[in-house]
Design a protein around this ligand. Sequence first.
Ligand code: ZN
Length: 408
Amino acid sequence: MVPRKLSLLLSVSLLAVPVFAQQQNPSKPKPRVIVLGVNGMELDIIRPLLLKGQMPNLSRVIENGAYGKLRTVSAPNCPRVYSTLFTSTNPEEHGVTGFLVGGITANTNMLKEEPVWSMLSKSGITVGMANVPATFPVMPVNGYMISGMLTRGKNCEDGVLCAPKLSEVMGGDAVYPKSLQPELLKNGGDFYIDCERMPAAGDLKGHETELINTWLDKVQVIRDQQTKLFDYLLTTHPTEFTFLAQSCEDRTGHWLYPITPFNVGYNPSINNVRQDAFPNQYVAFDKVLGSILKHVDENTYLIIFSDHGIKPLREFEEKDPHAHMDHEKTTPVIAKHDFADGDDVPGSFFAMGPGIKHDLRLMGLGVSVYDVAPTVLHIYGIEQPKQMRGRVLTEIFEKTDNKVVAKQ
Ligand SMILES: [Zn+2]
């Protein structure tokens, strides 16, 4: 038996052989799927915005598709959940158990199970990925890949919750194929690969208003760059499967969640400054979504998900309100997603596309992060591999026959 890690490498090296195109009937167009990850998107904040009509693009997706909460893994954080979503295996199986694994920043070389983009590539599906967490160093795909959160570079040597620019990435490991990097720099200019690090408590003291506003301005710069990048890729490098992600929302929530004086960790000099900051992230995200929706026609599947939500601190955290292991304990954190009581915060899931039911509210926690990869494979008519622990979300489709869905 070939060890998993080796078989994964073998499968990826096969990408160099142009055999896949021959396996598919070229006259039959393959389904198009766009997956959009929004780090820590929180339904408690989103629902009032939807009701007030401040997220018209997401409203459109809900009306034309299915949506609900997304069950996540225990102690959820981005690399852990994203790698679970990629492989539909549990963190102990795929190996990316957190931001750090054995004291080293999580990276794709640690991935012990085959990710969905590799399976799709092997089946001749063209794959494009940008800014998806835990995809550094990039891996070869049947298309392109630009890394996201955990990318290491200048001023972000550990790659944890910081933002190197594309030109500052060590070893040119942020873009596959390498030839795409000069093209991106030439046509769109340099850009931040991930969201900005939050200011440290020491720096904030006495400069709260100024630093909060400066940081939020930078977040918007990063979001504008991402919007431009996504639009460029979808326009000039369209792929059958496209996976894009955003991560500033989560970081804003951690320290600028709109809490009130009775919440744990309330500090008026920080928490009174921009009560609108966190909801505004979603209003801004909705504009990004609007730009992506221009590339979504009636034959395109769109899946939007968040890896977890985010909630204000609880009494358990009172002894050490900054004890958010994932965010380096340097910023006064007032909301988080991995609680000591084990009551983890679910993410969210939205899907629309050919054959997907309209205006379907998925109640409870029946949908999990494990189910996304099997459902994507299902859309392409690819059988779910044995190691995948999730299931095809048949309840969101009008017809559950695999081939019927794949043909549309
Ligand atoms: Zn977080």
